[in-house]
Design a binder for this molecule. Structure first.
Ligand code: GDD
Length: 385
């Protein structure tokens, strides 16, 4: 793969946020060149090596089964796939449909896929026993929410001994785009100089039908607002205006396990925005650092623009409003957010939203092997392949 070098890098304490890097050539055997010639070149072999150390988590809630099947088929066989479902169990048992599809997929492809339902009582019990209660409700079940599902995926990825954990949404209509995301994650990790790295996808465009013809829009409405406020939060500390953050809401993203273990997460749809805030809080040097190792090694955030367009399910205005609220609340709640900025962000909150602003903490204390053994014993995980 050949990638542009980032034209700019914003430094915030020990955190480096690289500007967008475009994919120039999707696939090449090529030389290993980290930019001496102005372009980074990552050999196909190195991409496959990293993919074998990567788990891909697919959070899913009541998506079209054919679309989910396309997403599975797009993920290289080197990767462990972990499907974390919160799909309905009645009147139609959607989870059972997903399970059957996964079993059939693995029968024919002979690859490794794990699948769990996030509200399975066995998962709640295992989390309670391994002292991670932040994502449980009063009855001891894991709460609804994409963030909650993602954290379960991270725990399983760690239990599987993976060095990298990545996410792809289950409502990606183009399998080719998903395949590109995974290659891009691996290429960026190959280029990273620090063991604490994150890769966020910035799609080339989001196609939609407008006035009867196809229109390839560049920015989603929610991301435009959230990018602006995250950039303002950075500027309010550096004293320089910046437009560096372009992927505040990137659902399709990946982290080294070493970085994932250092972070706190946030429930529902605030999680992607909060990951950046948490990195700035912990390693940005403004607040007291919580861990000296990433402070010394640095934390790198890559923002990669794919060749493929991003085409996903349109879930309507109410959903977008809630997603915006979750992200804005994550920004407002940060001790890095100044009073002036808090007021500005508050004015953007949609008129009606459910106030969800809980941190779901960090999972570093969880004994992930014990967690996995418990859920195997309770029959709460299906491990195919
Ligand atoms: N396990 C689990 N639990 N998965 C969930 C849940 C849940 O409670 N809620 C949603 N999902 C899954 C969906 O099925 C989908 O695969 C993925 O999480 C994203 O959720 P969507 O509801 O489809 O969100 P979106 O497509 O509108 O927004 C996505 O892109 C945004 C950026 O454009 C999400 O990834 C956002 O987080 C992201 O900000």
């Amino acid at each position: 793969m050949k990638l542009e070098l980032p034209r700019q890098t914003e430094r915030f304490g020990s955190v480096q946020i690289n500007d967008i890097q475009r994919v120039l050539l999707l696939d090449s055997a090529g030389d290993d060149d980290r930019g001496q010639t102005g372009v980074s070149s990552v050999p196909r072999k190195s991409i496959h090596e990293i993919e074998s150390k990567m788990a891909i988590v697919i959070p899913v809630k009541d998506e079209k089964i054919n679309v989910l099947e396309g997403v599975l088929g797009a993920i290289p066989s080197e990767c462990l796939v972990i499907v974390v479902s919160n799909s309905s169990r009645e009147p139609v048992d959607m989870f059972r449909t997903e399970l059957d599809m996964v079993e059939q997929h693995v029968h024919f492809t002979k690859r490794e896929v794990w699948i769990v339902h996030q509200t399975d009582p066995g998962i709640g019990k295992a989390l309670k026993n391994t002292h991670y209660k932040e994502i449980l409700d009063a009855e001891g079940s894991v709460r609804d929410g994409k963030g909650e599902g993602m954290v379960i995926g991270m725990l399983l990825a760690k239990a599987a001994g993976k060095e990298y954990v990545a996410f792809v949404d289950a409502d990606n209509y183009f399998p080719g785009a998903v395949h590109e995301y995974v290659s891009v994650y691996a290429a960026a990790f190959h280029l990273a100089r620090s063991p604490y790295a994150m890769v966020r996808i910035s799609w080339a465009s989001k196609p939609k039908i407008q006035d009867g013809s196809l229109y390839f829009s560049k920015w989603g409405r929610i991301s435009a607002v959230n990018n602006m406020y995250l950039n303002k939060l950075i500027s309010s500390h550096t004293g320089f205006d910046t437009e560096i953050v372009k992927t505040a809401n990137s659902g399709d993203h990946a982290m080294t396990m070493k970085l994932a273990e250092m972070l706190d997460f946030r429930q529902a749809f605030g999680i992607e925005t909060y990951e950046i805030i948490d990195i700035l809080e912990k390693f940005g040097g403004v607040l007291k650092p919580t861990n000296s190792k990433p402070m010394a090694d640095g934390v790198e955030i890559f923002q990669m623009e794919t060749l493929d367009p991003h085409f996903h399910e349109d879930k309507g205005e109410e959903h977008l409003g809630q997603m915006l609220a979750d992200s804005l609340l994550a920004i407002m709640g940060s001790p890095l957010c100044t009073e002036t900025l808090q007021k500005e962000v508050e004015a953007e909150l949609p008129e009606e939203f459910e106030k969800r602003e809980k941190s779901i903490g960090s999972f570093i204390r969880v004994n992930t092997e014990a967690f996995l053994q418990r859920i195997i014993k309770s029959g709460s995980i299906f491990m195919f392949g």
